[in-house]
Design a protein around this ligand. Structure first.
Ligand code: SF4
Length: 121
């Protein structure tokens, strides 16, 4: 019998949470900024969208999804674009391999140094 535990789950399972979304069926314009919207209009629109998210039963799933796909636009899970882009930036930094400074601090030799042109001279 074939092992199926390592296969990806059905695509529909990834989107099931959207069936319970508080914004389902709503006009989503309030969740995404129109071109050239700035300042108080931006803040008011985002605040209204976040109020919808406040009562949403799938807020966590929504935010997790937006972070997983690194969604740059709109309000997702009660988090606006600027806040989410900061979370995405931190998420990327946490995943980034540590640099030469870390290698030195743990006393390891940086393998990139041996192959650099300067190392041969
Ligand atoms: S958290 Fe907000 S954007 Fe996400 S599904 Fe719920 S209402 Fe919609």
């Amino acid at each position: 019998m074939a092992h199926t535990t390592r296969l990806p789950s059905p695509v529909a399972a990834h989107w099931d949470w959207q069936r319970s979304a508080a914004c389902r069926g709503m006009d989503l314009e309030g969740f995404f900024h129109p071109f050239a919207e700035r300042g108080p209009e931006w803040r008011r629109r985002e605040q209204r969208a976040k109020q919808v998210c406040d009562g949403c039963p799938v807020r966590t799933e929504c935010l997790e999804h937006s972070l997983r796909i690194e969604e740059p636009y709109g309000v997702w899970g009660g988090v606006g674009e600027r806040e989410r882009n900061e979370l995405i930036r931190r998420q990327r930094a946490a995943r980034r391999p540590r640099g030469r400074g870390f290698m030195r601090s743990v006393g390891a030799r940086d393998p990139r140094a041996a192959s650099s042109p300067g190392a041969r001279c």
